[in-house]
Design a protein around this ligand. Structure first.
Ligand code: MN
Length: 166
């Protein structure tokens, strides 16, 4: 049994009835869901992101989180062995996924395979919010080296343009 799942099970021993139903409230917040600045302890580069963990159930073996990126913000450029299933809930962004850059908008789906570089950058004046499904038990994200960035930039002009602000 992984350490992460053990920790979660201990947390769920204290489960409150209120956790069974949690109402959506204004501005993409949910009842009894803590609103957290993203990776407050980390050193990875990101900008203007908040995180809310909507489901964190050891029986599911996955978590569903809601991230929101303020206008002009972006997620960390990273890769890892674990995968993400993403649905855009509000706003628009450009997404770097492997060697391609694609525009995404509300209700689009993005599948992020293992060891694939990924980053979201907002577009427009609206916040960009997305649901992200992820394994409970997961490896630590890797950040790009200078060499990785060079390789990415040389893969496609659109990728180079995307990374020019990095
Ligand atoms: Mn990731």
């Amino acid at each position: 049994m992984s350490e992460n799942i053990e920790k979660l099970k201990q947390g769920y021993a204290k489960e409150r009835p209120a956790d069974l139903f949690r109402a959506f409230s204004e501005n993409y917040r949910w009842e009894n869901v803590p609103f957290l600045p993203y990776k407050e302890e980390g050193t990875a580069p990101f900008k203007a992101i908040s995180r809310q963990v909507l489901f964190q159930n050891p029986e599911l073996r996955c978590e569903l989180r809601y991230f929101e990126v303020a206008p002009g913000g972006y997620s960390t450029l990273e890769r890892h062995q674990h995968t993400h299933g993403v649905m855009i809930l509000r706003g628009a962004a450009d997404v770097l996924l492997g060697n391609q850059v694609r525009p995404v908008k509300t209700h689009d789906l993005v599948n992020i395979p293992p060891m694939t570089w990924h980053q979201f950058r907002t577009k427009g004046n609206e916040p960009m919010g997305f649901l992200c499904m992820v394994n409970v038990d997961r490896d630590r994200p890797q950040l790009p080296t200078e060499e990785d960035l060079l390789l990415l930039r040389s893969s496609d002009p659109a990728v180079a343009a995307f990374l020019s602000v990095y």
